[in-house]
Write a protein that binds this ligand. Structure first.
Ligand SMILES: Nc1ncnc2c1ncn2[C@@H]1O[C@H](COP(=O)(O)OP(=O)(O)OP(=O)(O)O)[C@@H](O)[C@H]1O
Length: 544
């Protein structure tokens, strides 16, 4: 039988771009690593003499480290995020970047910066929100500006393709649509003799809303596979019911394992603790289990940013998602305050100054440094003891940060009251948010930057554990409705997103899987659970 790796290698030898599209546990990462190892074995000389590198785009540092360690950190392979890669390519084209920024700004309508003049301003990419007036471009700008440059200067694309003749993308489904367009339309189109693009992933494992999901392009040869080497036979049977269009088969060594579904419908207290005690008795231990919680609420109360969350919840369910994505009016402010305090506290004065509103120079005088130190000392004090409103007023009145445009528009909308209902809702939100202790913002930012021991179902792709306990809770987040998945209610807008997340979570289990639902379930959802898990594997917690 021709293996997946053989098919990938055949594509590479014939310069045929491809997409490896296969389910959970099917060995996509392994195939990617084998393809790299093959290229290093047979092409190293040619790559070296041509001053070329293979590029491997990954989404997370964990994935990047994993791939690098498996190819012994060979310098002929460049493992990086799409942003780092693109920036390294376009950063040398400063004049062209300036022109592209000014052009984009001119077309930005009401969001345009007046009199943007970038003459003599070096353009630099940083991890914070854009600050074009100082030449700082953001994450999203890197992709958009690269696409603009590639469009305008086809020769630049040829140079890139000559230097990087093979580009792999791991977990392509979570890559932004604009990145896939850039790779396929701006780079591959017209250069298929020079460049081979290989995408590795699974559209069903898309868990970020911004991801492209399915990619259906005639220029890509599809390489599919149906094996699942990771999960136990019981888990594979479950996955096949969740995803009937892909019937996976076990590899040679998969264990039998087990699946169970438990729902806590009847006001049971501490259902998670109860289940864990029971699982301990069955041999689950701290070392061999993973708890995947899809309940932001319990994480929120543990980490104490309840009031912050409540302010957004009260506004609307979707506001919570905006908060999580830092896409609300205050996201930029919160990120900047925390980044600024952290930069100053750790002595990174350059970053501190660059973040500070209207500041351009360096701290040269001792008196400047003293003043900045006093401001930050005051800010630190307020961050731990004052409210969001008080901290925001402080940074704005001291000129540490500018009030974000979106906050200005929010305040204007409330003041104008053109739409009284909306103004009232906005006002209630703003007052509630201003009253939240700022310390909650600090722990929320820490949570988003994942300095937390908790695990949500996001960010577990590529991982695998002996025993997995998945906890589902529909009550907080409007984004997910697992009840609809169980009841096969495809009319709900959250259906696909919830199904994907459940699929990703369940498919992490190598042996035993336990799903616990802590929010109320309808009869049709319980019937659905019986169909998916098998009637004998479904029970109510109170009756156990
Ligand atoms: N050909 C194979 N033979 C035996 N085991 C394999 C094979 N390919 C992969 N595996 C094992 O199966 C597990 C899953 O592999 P891998 O993580 O590469 O899959 P994946 O498709 O990237 O997974 P997912 O998309 O679910 O994150 C790993 O433990 C890996 O070592």
């Amino acid at each position: 039988m021709v293996s997946t790796s053989d098919r990938v290698i055949e594509c590479l030898e014939t310069k045929q771009s491809f997409i490896v599209e296969a389910g959970a546990g099917s060995g996509k990462t392994r195939t990617l690593v084998e393809a790299l190892a093959h290229l290093l074995a047979v092409e190293a000389g040619r790559l070296l003499s041509g001053n070329q590198q293979i590029v491997c785009i990954t989404y997370t540092n964990v994935a990047a480290n994993e791939i690098m360690s498996r190819i012994n950190r060979d310098p002929l392979v460049r493992v990086s995020t799409i942003h780092e890669f693109l920036w390294s390519v376009v950063r040398g084209f400063q004049a062209e970047l300036r022109t592209a920024i000014v052009k984009t700004n001119d077309a930005a309508g009401s969001r345009r910066i007046e009199n943007l003049d970038l003459t003599d301003t070096p353009i630099d990419y940083w991890q914070y929100p854009r600050k074009w007036e100082d030449g700082k471009i953001s994450h999203d700008d890197v992709v958009a500006l690269s696409a603009a440059l590639f469009d305008e200067y086809p020769k630049l694309v040829r140079l890139v393709a000559d230097r990087y003749p093979i580009i792999f993308v791991d977990e392509y489904q979570d890559t932004h649509q604009s990145t896939i367009k850039l790779l396929l339309d701006n780079m591959l189109a017209g250069n298929s003799e020079r460049l081979t693009v290989g995408l590795f992933g699974d559209h069903m494992q898309r868990i970020y809303n911004t991801g492209v999901g399915k990619v259906e392009r005639t220029e890509l040869r599809i390489i599919q596979k149906t094996e699942n080497y990771r999960c136990s036979i019981a888990v594979i049977e479950l996955l096949n019911k969740l995803r009937p269009e892909l019937q996976q088969v076990p590899g040679d060594t998969n264990v039998q394992g087990s699946v169970r579904f438990v729902y806590a419908n009847s006001g049971v207290r501490n259902p998670v603790a109860k289940i864990r005690v029971k699982l301990r008795a069955e041999g689950w231990t701290e070392q061999n289990e993973k708890v995947l919680m899809l309940t932001r609420k319990s994480i929120a109360s543990d980490l104490e940013w309840r009031d912050l969350l409540a302010a957004y919840e009260q506004r609307s369910g979707f506001s919570v998602d905006d908060l999580m994505r830092r896409d609300d009016e205050f996201g930029e402010l919160f990120t900047n305050i925390e980044a600024m305090a952290s930069a100053f506290n750790s002595g990174r004065y350059g970053v501190f100054l660059a973040l500070r509103a209207g500041s351009s120079g360096r701290i040269t005088h001792h008196s400047d440094k003293k003043m900045a130190a006093e401001m930050i000392a005051r800010l630190n004090k307020l961050r731990s003891s004052a409210t969001v409103g008080e901290v925001a007023d402080y940074v704005w009145s001291e000129g540490l940060l500018r009030k974000p445009r979106r906050v200005v528009s929010l305040e204007e909308r409330i003041a104008n009251g053109d739409n009284p209902d909306r103004a009232e809702r906005d006002n209630a939100f703003l007052s509630a948010l201003r009253a939240v202790p700022f310390a909650q913002v600090t722990s929320f930012e820490r949570y988003l930057n994942s300095e937390t021991p908790f695990s949500t179902n996001h960010g577990v792709k590529g991982e695998e554990y002996e025993n997995v306990l998945v906890i589902l809770d529909d009550t907080l987040w409007n984004q997910y409705k697992f009840e609809a998945v169980l009841a096969r209610d495809t009319s709900k807008t959250q259906y696909q997103r919830s199904l994907n997340l459940l699929y990703v979570s369940c498919s992490r289990a190598k042996r035993n899987l336990h799903v616990l639902v802590v929010s109320p379930l309808s009869k049709s959802a319980i019937d659905g659970a019986k169909r998916i898990f098998g009637g004998e594997n479904v029970s109510e917690l109170a009756n156990m």
